[in-house]
Structures are given as C-alpha cells and as structure tokens.
Design a protein around this ligand. Structure first.
Ligand SMILES: C[S@@+](CC[C@H](N)C(=O)[O-])C[C@H]1O[C@@H](n2cnc3c(N)ncnc32)[C@H](O)[C@@H]1O
Ligand SMILES: [Zn+2]
Length: 271
C-alpha cells in the first residue's frame, strides 16, 4: 500500500482520514491499524463483525483463486475492462473484491488506474494483496465501507452485496457504478447437473435510488471444464452450500462439464 493510496481510506472507528505512517494507518484521533505482512489492513468495524470469520471462507476463496487463475472467466473480465476503459477510471473502488483476480486484470489493461479493494473475507483480501501489490486492499464491509467520501471515479460491484448508500458516498459527483449481475443462463449447465429442475437466474431490474441507469453490456461464453476445475467452479458458487446430496454426488462423478456463463454489466451515474 502506497501513502497516496492509503489516503483513500477512512478510519472504521471515527470515520476520520487515515495516513500511512511506517507500517500502520493512523487517524487524527490516534486510532491505529497495522498493515499485515502482505500489505493489507483490517478496517472492519468491530461492531459490524457478526461472525468470527465473516465473508467467504478459505475453501471458497481458494477455489475461486484457482478457477479464475486458469483464465476461465477471461471473456467476462475482458468486457469489464472495456467498460472501465470507456469511463473515467483514475480512482477505482472494488467493493467485495474477493481474491483480486479482476483487479489484477484491470491493472494490466487499463491506463494507470489506482485501485482500492475491500472484502469481508480476510483470506480473500490476503490473497488479493499478494496478487496486486500496486493496489490498496483492506478487510471491510460494503455497508460501512472503509473508503473516504467522494474518492472514487468508478465503483465496481462484481457479484457482491449492493450497498447503494455507501456506493454513492464513496463516489465523487458524476462518478460511475458498474454492477455485475448474472445473465439468465449463467452457470445453467452446472445447475442442470445439480438440480432435477434447474431454474434460470432472475433478470434483475435496473433502477436504483440515487443513480441514473446509463447502459448495459453483456458478456457471455460457453465453457468446457475438465478435472479439478469442475469442483472448483462448484465450490466458488452459492450452490455449493444449497445443493441436495444427490446433486453434489452427480457432480462429483462428472469428469467434464459444459456450461454457459454470462454477466450483465449495469452502468450507472451517481445523481
Ligand atoms: C461471489 S464473491 C465475488 C468476489 C469477486 N468480486 C469476484 O467476482 O471474484 C462475493 C464476495 O463478497 C464478499 N462479501 C460478502 N458480503 C460482503 C459485504 N457485506 N461487504 C463486502 N464484501 C462482502 C464475500 O466475502 C466474497 O468475497
Ligand atoms: Zn479514528
């Protein structure tokens, strides 16, 4: 974390600005947060912490890291990078950033962005900080986010909880929000194996208070997975926790899986 990027952050106790002093972040009221070895900070407000280890667990995060590192979601990331390139993106906040593969991809393709990413999951943030040392990562929640008012030109929310008020607070006037949601057919091939009666995903409405909807871009592809990647995909989805035993057993016996994937990138401007 660089001193300049640390200034994007705010104190989770009093909301004051943070400065990087040596290996810790400090606010004017002397609240202090040490950086971890990997360079991230834990800025999760204690009163917001409902579980001992909130957010996605180690197993899920590591499955997502292995799967995304193999490049299977490249077609989806590519369109995201194109969407970002067309919007002002000097200061990007990635809310619910996960293990940072998207942020790595954006740093490698966009013209010198500065990225702040946060996530409730400590394991995700730890891996993200290792993969993208140029960015500032912290453990933090979207509903009480660790970023200063108006810092972001562009706020990304890729498959994580929607916290409209906080997203507006972090965005500068006229800043943009890119909200990624699944297409109706995202992971349909996986669901056909898991469930006797698979359903298409609900197609989300596009109106959110405080934002003007500008446009939508869709990214879609068909994947054929083999070996470990089948289980890795399963383990990084919410179906992993909600699938009846017979469905999970069918998938365990599955050596090859073909499935559609697709994201809709909904683009908004802060009113
Ligand atoms: C489906 S994953 C997506 C991660 C990443 N954006 C990606 O696409 O690879 C959802 C992420 O949201 C995080 N999360 C859940 N609730 C959150 C909250 N209230 N604030 C911030 N992150 C949260 C989880 O820990 C998890 O990493
Ligand atoms: Zn403070």
């Amino acid at each position: 974390m660089t001193p300049a990027l640390a200034e994007a952050l705010r104190c989770p106790v009093c909301g004051g600005p943070l400065l990087l002093m040596g290996r810790s972040l400090r606010c004017p009221k002397a609240h202090s947060f040490d950086l971890a070895r990997e360079g991230y900070a834990n800025l999760l407000a204690i009163q917001k912490k409902h579980a001992a280890d909130p957010g996605d667990g180690k197993e899920m995060v590591r499955a997502r890291r292995a799967f995304l590192s193999a490049g299977y979601y490249e077609p989806l990331m590519k369109v995201l990078a194109e969407v970002c390139a067309e919007l002002p993106h000097g200061h990007i906040v990635d809310a619910g950033c996960g293990e940072g593969s998207y942020d790595r991809y954006l740093y490698d393709r966009l013209d010198a962005p500065e990225i702040v990413g946060f996530d409730l999951s400590k394991e995700a943030v730890r891996l993200a900080a290792k993969r993208v040392p140029e960015a500032a990562f912290c453990v933090g929640g979207s509903f009480s986010a660790p970023v200063r008012d108006g810092w972001a030109d562009l706020l990304l929310n890729i498959f994580s909880p929607f916290a409209g008020e906080e997203f507006r607070r972090m965005l500068r006037a006229g800043g943009h929000l890119v909200y990624a949601v699944p297409t109706a057919r995202h992971l349909y091939g996986l669901k056909e194996i898991l469930y006797a009666t698979p359903y298409e995903n609900e197609v989300k409405q596009t109106a959110y208070e405080g934002f003007t909807f500008l446009a939508e871009r869709e990214a879609a592809a068909t994947l054929t997975l083999e070996g470990e990647s089948v289980q890795q995909l399963f383990a990084m989805t919410p179906y992993y926790w909600n699938t009846p035993a017979d469905g999970a057993a069918r998938l365990a016996g599955c050596r090859q899986l073909t499935t559609e994937i697709g994201f809709r990138y909904l683009i908004y401007r802060k009113i």
